[in-house]
Design a protein around this ligand. Structure first.
Ligand code: P1T
Length: 383
């Protein structure tokens, strides 16, 4: 089955009793038993399994070419369940450019439990491998990364991880399986903030993990079930509904994304544009190799003036783009990483990796491109 069919049919089936095309929203915490330990059907308690969540989880497994999907209450709850595979003394090598909330979880929660994190620019494979030691248990990459759009070479990092027997997890939120399938490239775990492109309509907070290895799937289901960060039935329904149009939306996000990147690059007030589809992007060749069919809808840029005041003026004056946290919905959003998505990074860490105060991150939506470019032009003209 091709991807554009999988989003609609993959791992999905009509509901058995009525033939309902979409799964009913099974709003129940528990299921009746006929005798102790003998449920009427396959289900016992919704933290462990719920039919609507299972319908989403099967669809997730299908679109990422995995064997098992797991749906969580948020992207961070999904990440949290991966971290719970680790023990004190274990070490993690993570991308230096990560969503601020992932960095916050690693450094302010799991570091306190005796897990050591090394943050590295994963576009430098030698540097990455030099950090591996006998305690290294997990490599965590975000590609494209948030907000600098760095591209980690998934196939090459998979080889290094396999050589040293380390789990390799990829946060695939920005690319989605429409563009990139980490499990096919050798990664062990795919993670999503399903709040973003999978849901696609800015109406739900959700997360996902998908794996190929069945034993690993069982272990992750155990951490999900035992610690309880599961996605509710209504939210599962919304993400499943979103997935059905993922390919249509992503096609337009990619078409609009490159046009916005080209427009910004040609603008005299703009210093640097961060978009993996641009030929001058330092990792463009890697992006071309592993992102098939486009480069997504996320574009960051900085101002020629280098001034925070220009970024603020620009953001205050947008009319079609909305200044807001998050990304990946049908509507265009704009974000100021320093004070919003990456405020939880210490200022010196942000400066170190190049997240400057004059940086703006755009989530380019699926509106008419003329309206988007006009909006960017009028807001820039006020700077
Ligand atoms: O918000 P939540 O669903 O918990 O997802 C966390 C997360 C994980 N990974 C990436 C790459 C993300 O971008 C996010 C959430 N990001 C934002 C809210 C943001 O504005 O960048």
């Amino acid at each position: 089955m091709k991807f554009n069919t999988k989003t609609i049919h993959g791992g999905q089936h009509h509901e058995k009793v009525t033939g309902s095309i979409m799964p009913p929203v099974f709003m129940t915490s528990t299921f009746a038993q006929t005798s102790p330990g003998k449920p009427v059907g396959e289900y016992g308690y919704s933290r462990s399994a719920n039919p609507t969540r299972n319908a989403l989880e099967d669809a997730l497994a299908s679109i990422e070419n995995g064997t098992r999907g797991l749906a969580f209450a948020s992207g961070l709850a999904a990440t949290d369940s991966v971290m719970k595979l680790l023990k004190p003394g274990d070490e993690v090598i993570a991308m230096d450019d990560l969503y601020g909330g992932s960095y916050r979880m690693f450094t302010q929660i799991y570091q306190n439990f005796g897990i050591k994190f090394h943050f590295v620019d994963m576009t430098d494979l030698k540097k990455l491998e030099s950090l591996v030691n006998s305690n290294t248990k997990l490599v965590w990459a975000e590609t494209p990364s948030n907000p600098l759009m760095k591209i980690a070479d998934i196939a090459e990092i998979s080889k290094i991880s396999k050589k040293h027997n380390i789990l390799f997890a990829v946060d695939n939120t920005f690319a989605t399986p429409y563009l990139q399938k980490p499990l096919d490239l050798g990664a062990d775990i795919v993670m999503h903030s399903a709040t973003k492109y999978l849901g696609g309509h800015s109406d739900v907070i959700a997360g996902a993990l998908i794996v190929k290895d069945k034993e690993l799937g069982k272990k992750l289901h155990f951490t999900q079930f035992a610690t309880g960060g599961t996605l509710g039935p209504m939210d599962s329904f919304l993400v499943l509904r979103g997935i059905k149009t993922l390919h249509l939306r992503m096609q337009r996000h990619c078409e609009n994304g490159i046009k916005v990147a080209d427009f910004l690059e040609a603008h005299t007030l703009v210093k640097r544009v961060y978009y993996p589809g641009l030929k001058n992007h330092p990792n463009h060749e890697t992006a071309k190799k592993q992102m098939i069919g486009g480069f997504g809808g996320m574009v960051s840029f900085t101002f020629a003036s280098g001034k925070l005041k220009d970024a603020v003026l620009f953001l205050e004056n947008l009319k079609v783009f909305t200044l807001a946290e998050s990304l990946g919905g049908v509507e265009s959003l704009a974000n100021h990483p320093t004070t919003m998505a990456h405020a939880s990074l210490p200022a010196e860490k942000r400066a170190d990796i190049g997240i400057t105060d004059d940086m703006v991150r755009l989530s380019v939506g699926v509106e008419d491109i003329d309206d988007l470019l006009q909006d960017l032009e009028q807001a820039l003209s006020l700077c």
